[in-house]
Design a binder for this molecule. Structure first.
Ligand SMILES: Cc1cc2nc3c(=O)[nH]c(=O)nc-3n(C[C@H](O)[C@H](O)[C@H](O)COP(=O)(O)OP(=O)(O)OC[C@H]3O[C@@H](n4cnc5c(N)ncnc54)[C@H](O)[C@@H]3O)c2cc1C
Ligand code: FES
Length: 233
């Protein structure tokens, strides 16, 4: 069990939880969080948003029962963390852009801190949040509220684009890179059950077969994803 240092509401339905402890993880990995004994049955996967020497931070959006319970936690309460899980983003070299949509911005803060001043694109509906935290790690920070963030992205400028956000946004980014040398990596947020690769609930179809977000992902090379099986645009 770990102790919560703070759990702040930073926007409508969006919270930033800071948990005390020393953690080691890769950018783009996630933890399974649990703040209850019996129900809901399953722990909930939440990405690493940020890590400092003595704490870890999770940025989360209230989606249902589990995240609603997280939002009720106060400084001094306990939380169970298991992890880190997943492959995380690769150690990319060259010109890099990070692209986050909505709560998909969460894994990109710690990622930005690990990279050499990437350009950061953050898109929101209704209201932006947390953007000032990304600014010190960005070569250029582009924030768009209620527009198409991808209109601002010139793929040709980049060797790598790391994306987390709605499925439609990730697919559109993948399509923009077709025919270019730019490598696009997408981080999936699938619904999970076992969280350890045993149940296939979190499957993503890719060119090499069925892959599991919890065990093989959450990050995949976009050109390998069978997007038509995930989403028809
Ligand atoms: C690898 C990974 C990393 C994640 N990182 C974050 C993060 O940093 N911040 C954050 O806010 N959320 C993140 N999520 C999503 C988060 O895990 C879910 O929102 C959460 O599990 C929902 O639990 P709940 O009990 O609140 O809602 P539930 O009651 O379980 O579900 C509420 C609604 O949300 C839908 N839903 C549940 N889980 C998901 C999901 N994974 N994707 C899409 N829809 C879902 C359900 O179908 C239902 O309609 C991540 C998911 C994965 C797989
Ligand atoms: S959640 Fe069971 S295999 Fe991924």
């Amino acid at each position: 069990m770990y102790t919560i240092l703070s759990n702040e509401r930073i926007s409508e339905g969006i919270y930033l939880m800071t948990v005390e402890g020393q953690f080691q993880a890769r950018m783009g990995q996630f933890y399974m969080l649990r703040a209850w004994n019996q129900t809901p049955v399953l722990s909930r996967p939440i990405s690493i948003c940020n890590m400092e020497k003595d704490c870890i931070q999770f940025l989360y959006k209230i989606a249902g029962e589990g995240t609603r319970l997280f939002a009720l936690l106060r400084a001094g309460d306990s939380i169970q963390l298991e992890g880190p899980f997943g492959n995380g983003f690769p150690d990319v070299q060259g010109r890099t852009a990070l692209v986050g949509g909505g709560i998909g911005i969460a894994p990109l803060l710690y990622t930005a801190k690990q990279l050499d001043n990437p350009d950061i694109y953050l898109g929101f509906r209704g209201q932006s949040y947390m953007t000032e935290a990304y600014e010190p790690y960005a070569n250029e920070l582009i924030v768009r509220v209620n527009g198409n963030l991808l209109n601002d992205l010139d793929m040709k400028k980049y060797d790598n684009v790391l994306v987390c956000g709605p499925l439609g946004m990730m697919k559109a980014t993948a399509l923009m890179a077709e025919g270019l040398d730019t490598k696009v990596y997408v981080s999936f947020e699938k619904r999970m059950a076992c969280g350890i690769g045993a149940c296939y609930v979190c499957s993503v179809m890719n060119k090499h077969g069925n892959r599991k977000v919890c065990a093989d992902g959450p990050v995949f090379l976009a050109e390998e994803v069978e997007w038509h099986a995930e989403l028809s645009l």
